[in-house]
Design a protein around this ligand. Structure first.
Ligand SMILES: [Ca+2]
Ligand SMILES: [Ca+2]
Length: 123
């Protein structure tokens, strides 16, 4: 009887320990992912949603951000400022929209931007 109780306690404890260990390794993994995201990616000016195309939805993103409806990453802040005046405004959105329909544009749309995730600190 007593042996059975002890066995149950040991089993319960080992299950708890195992799930704790899983929990730790899961959060360790998250940390690893955060660290490994500390890398450089190539973004394209104007392609704010990073789907490889510059379309009206990128323009809409820029417009929404310019009026405070979107939250941009630092990388998006850079590539959405296609006229390089250090802010993303409706003029940037308009340039992106013009580009998406094949009209002549000024600025950096389509140019590549090397973005390092550790830029996040700047925010
Ligand atoms: Ca896009
Ligand atoms: Ca701008």
């Amino acid at each position: 009887m007593r042996f059975k109780t002890i066995l149950t306690v040991i089993l319960t404890a080992s299950i708890l320990l195992t799930s704790t260990a899983v929990g730790i390794s899961a959060s360790g993994l998250t940390t690893d992912l955060k660290t490994s995201s500390d890398t450089t990616v190539i973004l394209t000016y104007g392609d704010i949603d990073n789907d490889g195309k510059i379309t009206a939805s990128d323009a809409l993103f820029a417009l929404r951000y310019s009026v405070g409806l979107e939250d941009f990453t630092n990388g998006q802040k850079v590539i959405s400022d296609v006229d390089s005046d250090n802010k993303t405004t409706s003029s940037d959105a308009l340039e992106i929209l013009r580009y998406s329909v094949g009209l002549k544009t000024t600025g950096k749309i389509g140019e590549k931007y090397k973005y390092t995730y550790s830029d996040k600190k700047q925010s």
